[in-house]
Design a protein around this ligand. Structure first.
Ligand code: FAD
Length: 274
């Protein structure tokens, strides 16, 4: 728990750095006045004075509570203002909010993590946590896809992941180019012939809605059980603390009951992938 009492009151936070990841995506390195102890999968609300507030899932190591990283795609009013921030600027943070990944349910299991595009951001924080607990599960596989090789986040780190003995990584791009020597095809094409027992394994998916939809369908076809598929769901949010109903998914509030959901809990709702 951190020390904030009024859930609407942001913690004053200093921008320590703003790192360009891709033409559309930057990572903010943020130092909140009070440490924010989040679990992988939880999110925070970032306030930019004069522009508004928006939810983001930290991409940093959850155990490093003094410094938070948010990786943010420029899509609108708040995120455009985020991309203009510079070292020394002040922003606000409230959180942590929502539920993270239920790590206790992953114990002694084989784990497949599937990421698409900006979905690498929350997954990086999860991967740090899994690396720290690698003795708790049997096997860890990461499959990630982007539209093109320029759009991969954390390129240096992905190279380091490929060297890890406790991780099996494969990456793909939708469209290849001369600089890309790897696999070409959407991320589901990397899910054939996985070296794991899908019927007992856990799958974690984060990415744009269409990627989540197609990946979930593929995982079901491969034998993953619905309660073992975990999805990180994005919805427009307002209060972010389960009061206003902006982020409803069927009977659930994504901000309070999620954003991490088991597929079996939400699969019946018709607007799931919108
Ligand atoms: C729990 C949660 C975690 C999130 N984590 C991240 C994260 O780690 N990194 C990140 O970049 N984003 C993340 N998002 C999405 C992020 O909150 C939105 O992109 C942001 O709220 C947009 O605010 P804005 O004011 O810039 O855009 P607005 O001005 O509100 O929207 C402008 C336009 O962009 C569209 N739009 C809004 N969001 C998106 C989107 N995600 N992709 C494409 N078009 C969009 C809107 O429909 C609208 O047409 C997360 C969302 C949730 C709910």
């Amino acid at each position: 728990m951190n020390n904030w009492h009024n859930p609407y009151n942001p913690i004053k936070t200093e921008v320590v750095d703003s790192i360009v990841e891709t033409p559309m995506i930057k990572t903010l390195k943020l130092r909140p006045q009070e440490p924010i102890a989040f679990a992988a999968g939880q999110f925070v609300e970032l306030t930019i004075p004069g522009f508004g507030e928006a939810p983001f899932t930290p991409s940093s190591r959850p155990s490093a509570t003094e410094m938070l990283y948010l990786t943010i795609m420029n899509v609108g009013t708040v995120t455009e203002a985020v991309h203009r921030l510079a070292k020394g600027d002040t922003v606000g943070l409230r959180g942590p909010l929502g539920t993270g990944y239920p790590l206790e349910r992953f114990k002694d299991k084989e784990i497949l993590v599937v990421g698409g595009g900006c979905g690498f951001a929350p997954l990086r924080s999860l991967m740090y946590t899994l690396f720290e607990r690698s003795e708790d599960f049997k096997k860890l596989l990461f499959r990630g896809g982007c539209k093109s090789s320029q759009e991969f986040l954390y390129k240096e780190e992905l190279h380091q992941w490929a060297e890890r003995p406790d991780l099996d990584v494969q990456l793909t791009v939708d469209v290849g180019d001369v600089s890309w020597k790897g696999h070409v095809g959407v991320v589901t094409t990397l899910l054939e012939d996985l070296d794991m027992d899908c019927s007992k394994g856990v799958a974690i998916v984060c990415g744009p809605p269409i990627m989540m939809k197609l990946t979930t369908a593929k995982l079901s076809e491969m034998g993953f059980q619905d309660p073992n598929i975990y999805l990180s769901m994005e919805r427009n949010m307002s209060c972010a603390i389960g009061k206003c109903g902006h982020c409803r998914i069927g009977i659930y509030y994504a901000c309070h009951d999620g954003p991490v959901f088991c597929y079996d809990k939400i699969k019946q709702f018709p607007d799931l992938w919108t």
